[in-house]
Design a protein. Sequence first.
Length: 70
Amino acid sequence: MNIRDLKEKFIQSRQYCTEDVNALMDFAKRAYIQNEISINDYRILVRELEGQGAALPEQAIENSLIRNWT
């Protein structure tokens, strides 16, 4: 799956088009959690969306259970 496929799936689900990469990231996350896309597709989409400027909200990072050990 690529960004274009994700956008088409978004339009079918939400009934409108968006170019907001953060909205697409949220949509991809929901699709992965609901087993609508594979982990491999999710990883590819996240990399592409992050490359286009998508980011997790600050609150999600602060509440994350994953610690940065760097």
